[in-house]
Design a protein around this ligand. Structure first.
Ligand SMILES: CC(C)(COP(=O)(O)OP(=O)(O)OC[C@H]1O[C@@H](n2cnc3c(N)ncnc32)[C@H](O)[C@@H]1OP(=O)(O)O)[C@@H](O)C(=O)NCCC(=O)NCCS
Length: 133
C-alpha cells in the first residue's frame, strides 16, 4: 500500500468551512470551480471585514490555481491572510484545503488565489480603509 504524504494544514483557524453537496458538482462529477471561487470570495471578504469594518466589493481575483480536484462530500477549509492594505483596497490570499470524505482524514491543498476588495462609502465610492483597533 502506498502512503500519500499529507501536508499539514495551516495552524491558524479557517475563515470558513464548507460542506460540498451534490448540487455543487460539474458535468464530470467533481466540484464546479465556480462554487470554489464563491467560497474563496466569501473567505476573503470575512478576512477583510476582520481587518477593517467597511462595505467591500471584489475588484479582482489573481493567480487562482485549481491544483487538485474536489470531490462531492469533501469539506473545504478556507484560510485567509491579509497580504496588503492600500488606501482603499485590501489584498487577501486564500488557501483552500479539502478534508477528503473518503480519504481517511487526508487533508489536501486544492486551490489558492488572491482576492482584492475595495472599501466603499455610503455613496458607493472608494473610501480610505481604517483598520479596526
Ligand atoms: C471597485 C470599483 C469601485 C473601483 O473603482 P475605480 O474607479 O477603479 O476606483 P479607483 O481608481 O479609485 O481605485 C480604488 C482602488 O481599487 C484599486 N483597483 C482598481 N482596479 C483594480 C484592479 N483591477 N485590481 C486591483 N486593484 C484595483 C486601486 O488600485 C485602488 O486601490 P488603492 O486605493 O488601495 O490604491 C469599481 O471598479 C467597481 O465598482 N467594480 C465592480 C465591483 C463589483 O461589483 N464586484 C462584485 C463582483 S462582480
Amino acid at each position: 500500500m502506498t502512503m500519500e504524504k499529507i501536508p499539514e494544514p495551516p495552524s491558524d483557524a479557517p475563515a470558513i468551512r464548507v460542506m460540498t453537496m451534490p448540487r455543487d458538482t460539474n458535468a464530470e462529477g467533481t466540484i464546479f470551480g465556480g462554487v470554489i471561487l464563491s467560497a474563496l470570495d466569501q473567505a476573503g471578504y470575512i478576512e477583510a471585514k476582520r481587518q477593517a469594518d467597511h462595505k467591500y466589493v471584489t475588484v479582482q481575483m489573481d493567480g487562482v490555481v485549481f491544483k487538485k480536484p474536489v470531490y462531492m462530500g469533501d469539506v473545504l477549509a478556507l484560510y485567509a491572510e491579509t497580504t496588503r492594505i492600500g488606501r482603499t483596497s485590501i489584498h487577501i490570499k486564500v488557501r483552500v484545503m479539502a478534508e477528503r470524505r473518503a480519504g481517511h482524514g487526508a487533508v489536501v491543498p486544492v486551490t489558492e488565489g488572491e482576492v482584492v476588495y475595495v472599501a466603499l462609502d455610503a455613496d458607493g465610492r472608494p473610501t480610505e480603509i481604517v483598520p479596526s483597533a
